[in-house]
Design a protein around this ligand. Structure first.
Ligand code: AKG
Length: 274
């Protein structure tokens, strides 16, 4: 995965576009061979989670404390500090999200230090040295993958971080993504207004979804992009995705960086980036 630092830095034009729009799509940043390795790594994560749920040890010793709970009717399991979200409804045996996934799978641990991701992140924060905030693997399985309602990430994190504006994300696509398999979508420019009001209905997680009157759904941009593309996005940009009713999965990792000197969201250990 070696790359020349000057080749992977964002241009002034790209930086300006990110600041204006709240996101930046870099198409085909990773090769097909790398995407295939990511897809195989995602399968290993599924195997490891299944084994852990059957009482087998993860890499960590002693065996993790396993806690199962439901939020808005959906199934969650915490394996020590790793949270596993399951799909909704009848598909609740299938994985939806695993976070932080780098602590389960060495290839994703290695990806954190990848210059094609880190060099742009140093420019976007900006920071001379980075640490990890969190890393989520989103499975979006074919036919059953559920959508993500419109939300901002910053409001999730304000209780654990006093620098949420310095927590930009990058999503790396393992599969081709389109409207049919639930590609990522963003509300262009919505990052400029800070934390927006949440919904106020009866759902347990209502407050984390951005109130529909607080943004213009008409400004949405669908990020239809080939496997290996990366979307850098602002922690305040309103984003989400539709469900996957297609025959093709839409797997992706979302890595969130921060300046060095701070611990990661869930492990509470600082993971410095090389
Ligand atoms: O994977 C997706 O489509 C969206 C994920 C997302 O919004 C999130 O994890 O915060």
């Amino acid at each position: 995965m070696a790359a020349n630092v000057s080749d992977v830095r964002l241009s002034e034009r790209e930086l300006a576009r990110y600041r204006e729009q709240g996101f930046l799509l870099k198409k085909a940043l990773f090769s097909e061979g790398e995407c295939e390795a990511f897809r195989l790594a995602a399968q290993r994560v599924e195997t490891k989670v299944a084994a852990a749920l059957n009482g087998e040890h993860l890499a960590s010793e002693p065996a993790p404390v396993v806690q199962e709970y439901r939020l808005d009717g959906n199934r969650f399991v915490d394996l020590a500090h790793i949270t596993v979200q399951f799909e909704h409804g009848d598909a609740e045996q299938r994985l939806r999200v695993v976070e932080p996934v780098n602590d389960l799978e060495p290839l994703f641990e290695q990806l954190l230090d990848e210059p094609r991701l880190c060099q742009p992140m140093k420019q976007l924060i900006p920071a001379d040295q980075l640490a990890l905030w969190t890393a989520k693997l989103n499975f979006k399985h074919s036919q059953v993958g559920s959508g993500f309602g419109w939300h901002q990430d910053a409001p999730y994190w304000v209780h654990d971080s006093d620098h949420v504006e310095k927590l930009p994300n990058v999503m790396v696509l393992f599969d081709d993504a389109s409207a049919e398999n639930g590609c990522f979508r963003v509300i262009e420019g919505s990052h400029r207004n800070g934390c927006l009001p949440g919904c106020d209905d009866q759902r347990q997680l209502a407050g984390f979804y951005t109130h529909p009157q607080a943004f213009d759904e008409g400004a949405q941009v669908l990020l239809d992009a080939p496997a290996g593309s990366a979307v850098f996005f602002d922690p305040h940009v309103v984003h989400g995705s539709g469900p996957n009713h297609s025959a093709l999965p839409r797997r992706a990792i979302i890595i969130t960086y921060q300046p060095a000197g701070f611990v990661a969201l869930k492990s509470k250990v600082e993971r410095l980036i090389d």
